[in-house]
Design a protein. Structure first.
Length: 378
């Protein structure tokens, strides 16, 4: 790789520190063995940041993230901070980071690994080979819409308000990401909303359709109400290639899609901003799973989702497609060897701790590296 890349690592809470430790070893391995030049600095977010600075995302960390080529995040939150004020909860740090960096496109792949087909609660024939990409709008909709709040009415009753709101440009920019990604996959986009009951959904459908007709006629576009999509994901998930949807529906549908794979601990995600004139875009990479406070500190967490998030970072931020493939293949190979953390354990396999899984992955990467060297010199 020609140029130096700077990333900020945010380990956050719960199992965050344990999985981040393994992730950083992987980055170190690529720096030493595969010619990358990635410099890592650390920042604070979530509950640990509240403990340290009184806020879930401090200004110095936010500034560092703004300047970085990419951010790698482990997980935030935990019962310790359940009672803190709503707008300084650990999750608020993550929402602020998304909003401040304008990370409007959230890519959440739900892929079933062959070795883990039996881990799904759905029948193997329904999920085998499944490879869906959910593109979730991440900086708009009901998560950020105004007005919001809880007020007390004159009659003493309380009233909670959130606002679902989308503009044309917010819809178009995320739809564009979905269409562009579909072209590199199976060329199909399903757009989900509730146009039958919500004006914002009606607008969403009209704008996505107009963009499709004007610029993406070669991509197959379908529309689905979000409730139907939730049902279809269970009935026949293989019908989907790329799903594009709003912030709230995307939150829900992506959890459902992740569960189809039977391995929440395996799934990465990317959150991307708009590209500037040099093609550079703000980007945040994180596993889909949370901070799992119940198993924190026990060495039981699965580091593969954050490691696969590094593969997404290689592909989307650093244009290192080959290195991304290599890392993903190493993950498949580790699973192929029957090595498992507790969350994906099955009969006849070997159960590993977080650290041992990290080491197994590095060993497998090294085997792959020497195998390809041998092939090149043969
Ligand atoms: C997610 C999470 C977040 C969200 C929380 C932690 C704020 O559920 O990334 O899906 O609701 O967006
Ligand atoms: Mg969620």
């Amino acid at each position: 790789m020609s140029s130096k890349k700077r990333i900020v690592a945010l380990q956050g809470d719960g199992i965050g520190p344990e999985i981040m430790a393994e992730a950083l070893k992987v980055i170190g391995w690529f720096n030493e063995n595969a010619g990358t030049d990635i410099e890592v600095s650390k920042g604070d977010i979530g509950g640990m940041c509240i403990d340290k600075h009184g806020v879930p995302l401090d200004d110095a960390t936010l500034e560092a993230c703004r300047k970085a080529d990419a951010v790698l995040l482990a997980a935030v939150g935990g019962p310790k901070w359940d009672k803190v004020d709503y707008n300084i909860r650990p999750e608020a740090g993550l929402l602020k980071l998304r909003k401040e960096l304008d990370l409007f496109a959230n890519l959440r792949p739900a892929k079933v690994f062959d070795a883990l087909v039996d881990a799904s609660t759905l029948k193997p024939e329904i999920v085998r080979g499944l490879d869906i990409l959910i593109v979730r709008e991440l900086t708009g909709g009901v998560y950020f819409g105004q007005p919001r709040g809880i007020e007390t009415l004159e009659n003493g009753e309380r009233r909670g308000v959130n606002t679902q709101v989308y503009t044309t440009s917010e819809i178009l920019r995320v739809a564009r990401v979905a269409f562009d990604l579909a072209k590199k996959r199976q060329n199909r986009v399903c757009s989900c909303e509730k146009a039958n009951v919500m004006e914002s959904g009606k607008l969403w459908r009209e704008e996505v359709t107009a963009l499709h007709d004007a610029e993406y006629k070669d991509v197959a576009l379908s529309h689905m109400y979000a409730d139907n999509c939730a049902m279809q994901l269970l009935r026949n998930p293989a019908q989907f290639d790329v799903i594009v949807t709003d912030n709230l529906f995307g939150d829900i549908l992506s959890d459902e899609a992740a569960m189809l794979t039977g391995s929440l601990g395996m799934l990465p995600s990317a959150s991307l901003g708009a590209a500037d004139e040099n093609g550079r875009r703000a980007a945040l990479y994180e596993p889909i799973h949370g901070s799992a406070p119940d198993i924190a500190g026990k060495g039981a967490a699965n580091p593969l989702a954050i490691i696969l998030s590094i593969a997404m970072m290689f592909r989307y931020s650093f244009d290192l497609g080959e290195e991304a493939d290599r890392l993903e293949q190493a993950v498949e190979a580790v699973l192929g060897k029957g090595l498992r953390t507790a969350d994906i354990m099955s009969k006849g396999c070997t159960r590993l701790s977080t650290e041992d899984m990290g080491r197994a992955l590095l060993d497998t990467l090294a085997e792959g590296a020497s195998a390809s060297k041998a092939a090149a010199s043969a």
